[in-house]
Design a protein around this ligand. Structure first.
Ligand SMILES: [Zn+2]
Ligand SMILES: [Zn+2]
Length: 281
């Protein structure tokens, strides 16, 4: 029997296995919740009819791919349109034939990467279909990549194209990395930040955390590491696996980290107005 991809119905994590897997490494980890009523794993044949695919063209030649209804953590796949070959960062939980056809129409994928396991989605599908030259994941998280093949593990940083650099930040996940896009002035920040947004998509608060569901804070050393990397990067927008947040730039990101360094460790959803005020001081 060839290995088949299975998605965890609770978090959406894909594994290739010879039978439904015994458990899901993302859900058994403390940073995610366990399903309350046992494991359920879905095959591609089961997932495909459940979902509709969507894509949204944003400014700065950025396209956001998503599905509905939600599957698992339900992240967004970002596609950065580049004259020298497109970059996909993070992935949607699944790609329907229509989504794959749209990516093909937009020029396919030359470089593929993700911040950490909560952004992997169906990365394996993008690798199978588009055969990118590079699939880059930071070396500490290689053990979570059984559904696809990492071709470019890296240490501290990796420039995947001119002006597009992956930086290892750790913290939330040991191998978490951010992608800095100097030309677009966007930081694809993984779960280094969580942006609360209202129904209209306006950002209302920003937090940082080790574990979101359990509200576990980062350590001061982990926050300092984030700060060291981010302080050197110019950006006016962050994209997490879940949110596109124009206006959340470097000053606001640093204000979130400085709040953590001043106060006792704790997950605080700091209102955006308060962050703007402290960023101006
Ligand atoms: Zn899971
Ligand atoms: Zn995460």
């Amino acid at each position: 029997m060839p290995l088949k991809p299975y998605a965890c119905a609770n978090c959406g994590h894909w594994q290739r296995y010879f039978a439904p897997p015994p458990d899901c490494p993302v859900c058994t980890d403390t940073r995610n919740d366990l399903p309350e009523d046992g494991w359920r794993f879905l095959t591609v044949e089961e997932v495909r009819p459940m979902l509709r695919g969507h894509w949204r063209r944003l400014e700065r030649d950025l396209v956001a791919f998503s599905v509905s209804p939600p599957l698992g953590l339900n992240g967004t796949g970002w596609l950065l349109l580049q004259p020298e070959g497109n970059i996909a960062f993070e992935a949607a939980p699944f790609y329907t034939d229509e989504m794959l056809a749209e990516i093909e129409r937009l020029g396919g994928i030359r470089f593929l990467a993700a911040s950490h396991v909560h952004g992997y989605g169906a990365l394996w599908q993008l690798q199978d279909v588009f055969r990118p030259e590079v699939l880059a994941i930071q070396k500490e998280d290689l053990w979570l990549t059984k559904a696809f093949r990492v071709t470019r593990p890296y240490d501290e940083a990796l420039e995947i194209a001119p002006g597009l650099v992956l930086h290892h930040v750790g913290g939330h996940y040991e191998g978490q990395a951010v992608l800095h896009d100097a030309g677009r002035r966007i930081l694809f920040c993984g779960d280094a930040f969580k942006v609360d947004q209202d129904e209209a998509g306006n950002s209302t608060a920003v937090s940082t955390h080790k574990a979101f569901h359990k509200s576990i804070p980062l350590t001061p050393g982990e926050i300092r590491r984030y700060r060291e990397v981010i302080a050197g990067l110019d950006f006016d927008t962050v994209c997490t696996p879940f949110e596109h947040a124009p206006g959340v730039g470097r000053d606001i990101a640093l204000a979130v980290l400085d709040d953590q360094l001043r106060g006792p460790p704790g997950v605080r959803h700091i209102p955006i107005d308060e962050l703007r005020r402290s960023a101006m001081q």
